[in-house]
Design a protein around this ligand. Structure first.
Ligand code: ADP
Ligand code: MG
Length: 395
């Protein structure tokens, strides 16, 4: 896909640029507890400020349901954003916004109040789109994580103002394009996590796209059950075994090799280092045992698969990684992928809330080619869906 970036925006000196960012950060007692999303705004906001634009940050915060409230006001983020940007950030309320914007100087940065204080934001109401557009000369969308929603500030604005991708959006789209859009083959996908039901569309899409589909985590149990393996007390969606079979058939037709574990780590209770812990072949799981991680022999074979691949896309941990030693397979495979990436033989892209946590736990979050923190938008992209906020930027 083609889209315009800040390289194409031209002279913005003294112009008002509306920049959609994701400021929906977790907070506790008025303090930002994870500033990842704020740090993602730095490149775009400071570049536009340096170019002499009046930078107007558009964002939502929480779910205010179209009603203004102190609880969901973005006022409290001006301070934290200012600290991360290393420059002043003012706040502009929806009352008196026109005058406040007119009073800004070239290079100033201001956060506009929560876009969701307008009920029409989430409905992509043309009146709200116009309301936002009347404040700016240009629109920059820098919030990939909100791009799966067709809202006034994420999609509508791109149709009424000259529209550009911000630097974070550009980096995300470039990485995703390399991983699944036009990847170098062979491509491997690792799909893990708890349940098949949450990732059915991901699995269905990937079998037609990748050369190797590596299934781990709880969802592997459903696939094993579909192949007639007794999985004991493991997390398993027995009502989805027919669907799992269908996915395996489609993979076969598409020439996609599906890798299921052939040894596993099991225990009778779900606890850290339980006394009943053991490793066995998938055909030897007892009725009172549950599968909590992929076994070492399978991990070695999977590492060999990755060594033959040029591209990797990863969503979902291979085991119940929050509890030791069920993090072993995830950590080992993540480190293999990171090492291959460092050597330059693999382009590796990962995403998903727990996946990001698992990669950081393995100490390799920084060693993948790209790690997406976008959550819902990342999964929809893995499902092969067109994201409205991205499509609206398409030239
Ligand atoms: P993501 O957030 O990266 O998309 P998911 O939410 O789909 O990932 O899955 C993560 C969860 O899956 C983790 O909490 C992990 O403990 C769980 N999980 C992985 N393997 C198993 C397993 N064998 N049995 C039970 N839970 C598992
Ligand atoms: Mg999750």
């Amino acid at each position: 896909m083609t889209f315009k970036t800040l390289d194409d925006i031209g002279d913005v000196t003294g112009k008002a640029v509306l920049v959609r960012e994701d400021l929906n950060v977790p907070m506790a007692d008025g303090v930002v507890t994870d500033d990842t999303r704020l740090r993602a705004t730095v490149a775009t906001l400071n570049e536009l400020s340096d170019k002499g634009a009046k930078v107007l940050v558009l964002a939502h915060f929480g779910r205010p349901k179209g009603q203004p409230s102190e609880e969901f006001s973005l006022k409290k983020l001006a301070g934290p954003l200012s600290q991360v940007l290393g420059r002043a950030v003012s706040f502009i309320d929806w009352e008196g916004d026109k005058e406040a914007v007119a009073a800004l100087q070239a290079g100033d940065i201001a956060i506009l109040e929560n876009t969701r204080f307008f009920g029409g934001e989430e409905k992509n109401d043309p009146a709200v789109v116009e309301r936002f557009a009347s404040l700016g000369d240009f629109y920059v969308n820098d919030a990939f994580s909100a791009a799966h929603r067709a809202h006034a500030s994420t999609e509508g604005l791109a149709h009424v103002l000259p529209a550009f991708a911000g630097r974070a959006m550009e980096a995300e789209l470039t990485a995703l394009e390399k991983a699944l859009g036009k990847p170098e083959h062979p491509v491997a996908a690792v799909v893990g996590g708890a349940k098949v039901s949450t990732k059915l569309d991901v699995l269905k899409h990937l079998v037609g796209k990748v050369d190797h589909l590596i299934i781990g985590g709880g969802m592997a149990n459903t696939f094993l059950a579909a192949r007639g393996v007794a999985v004991g007390k493991s997390l398993c969606e027995h009502d989805l075994t027919a669907t799992a079979d269908e996915i395996l058939d489609n993979a076969d037709k598409a020439g996609c090799t599906v890798h299921l574990p052939y040894d596993v780590v099991v225990s009778k209770e779900f606890a850290a280092n339980p006394p009943s812990l053991r490793t066995c072949n998938v055909h030897e799981v007892a009725a009172d045992e549950m599968i909590l991680d992929v076994g070492p022999t399978a991990v070695e074979a999977l590492a060999d698969v990755l060594k033959t691949c040029k591209t990797l896309v990863w969503n979902g941990p291979m085991g119940a990684f929050e509890t030791e030693p069920f993090d072993t397979a995830t950590v080992a495979l993540a480190r293999t992928a990171a090492a291959l990436t460092k050597e330059g033989s693999l382009v590796s892209v990962a995403g998903g809330g727990d996946t990001v946590a698992a990669l950081n736990h393995a100490g390799v979050g920084g060693d993948f080619s790209y790690v997406s923190t976008a959550g819902g938008a990342f999964l929809e992209w893995m499902e092969g869906k067109e994201l409205p906020g991205v499509a609206a930027l398409g030239a």
